[in-house]
Ligand binder design. Structure first.
Ligand code: HEM
Length: 159
């Protein structure tokens, strides 16, 4: 019994740590991006390479840990049918889709455009501004979904 309780707590700690690692940096993006764009307006490719490295090397792996640890916690003490769990599960799948199918391709596109603008010696082009606006929109949606998830996990409505 004691072992089961301790193991649940260890997995819960891993789950929450993975949430911090996956999403903490994303909440810093608005500040980080603004600062880097201001300090190095001629090196925007570096910013998008950084985003892509973080998405591949940190955010996606940490989201996978959130999912696996969350599944263990849910199956151990709750049920996947509990509304707060199924809703967050669905949100996490949407977040995977947003990162993999929208935000990463947008960052790749921004990298291409930024390299082209850099070669042309111009400032950010209209293409860059348009893709930047789409990335900001979908990035904000992702952040909002993370906030909703944290609320669902802590308030556990319907439990
Ligand atoms: C974006 C996705 C997620 C975020 C931000 C998140 C966040 C959190 C947080 C902050 C806690 C601690 C809550 C507390 O102790 O009061 C927690 C606990 C938990 N999470 Fe998640 N989680 C996510 C996804 C999931 C998924 C997909 C599952 C299940 C499939 C899951 C299952 C659980 C369970 C069962 C607990 C333990 C609740 C308790 O016993 O207090 N989580 N989560």
């Amino acid at each position: 019994m004691l072992t089961a309780i301790v193991f649940f707590d260890v997995v819960l700690t891993i789950h929450i740590l993975a949430v911090v690692l996956a999403f903490g940096v994303v909440f810093a993006y608005p500040l980080l991006d603004t600062q880097l764009k201001r300090a190095h307006p001629d090196d925007l490719p570096a910013l998008h390479r950084l985003h892509l490295t973080l998405a591949r090397g940190l955010i996606t792996p940490a989201m996978t840990v959130v999912l696996l640890a969350g599944l263990y916690l849910a199956l151990d003490r709750y049920s996947l049918g509990d509304p707060w769990i199924s809703a967050t599960f669905a949100i996490l799948i949407v977040l995977f889709a947003l990162v993999g199918a929208v935000l990463t391709p947008l960052d790749k596109r921004l990298l291409e455009i930024a390299l082209r603008d850099q070669r042309a010696g111009t400032g950010p082009s209209d293409d860059y501004r348009a893709a930047e606006g789409r990335a900001a929109l979908f990035g904000s949606i992702a952040l909002l979904l993370v906030i909703v998830s944290i609320f669902l996990m802590t308030a556990k409505p319907g439990a």
